[in-house]
Design a protein around this ligand. Sequence first.
Ligand code: SF4
Ligand code: SF4
Length: 76
Amino acid sequence: MMEMWALPEIDLESCTRCGRCVTDCPENAVSLTEDGPIVVHPRACTYCGVCETVCPVGAISLFYTISWDGDAVASS
Ligand code: SF4
Ligand code: SF4
């Protein structure tokens, strides 16, 4: 069954891999992978906006992104 969450969208093109969104997320929902920062725990994300605020290059936006099965994340 498909489930939907509101998640921050991360623009990996403008991301500098600084890691701020990973270290400052209060829910530890973001991890820095070899592809860049990914919301690896979508169920843990409270949509608080901290990651959007701390990103120095404005690469994170709190738009809606569709997820399913708790693992896969698709860009909107
Ligand atoms: S919106 Fe908040 S809880 Fe969700 S990934 Fe960003 S900092 Fe973490
Ligand atoms: S804070 Fe912004 S620039 Fe830094 S890793 Fe996260 S998305 Fe990339």
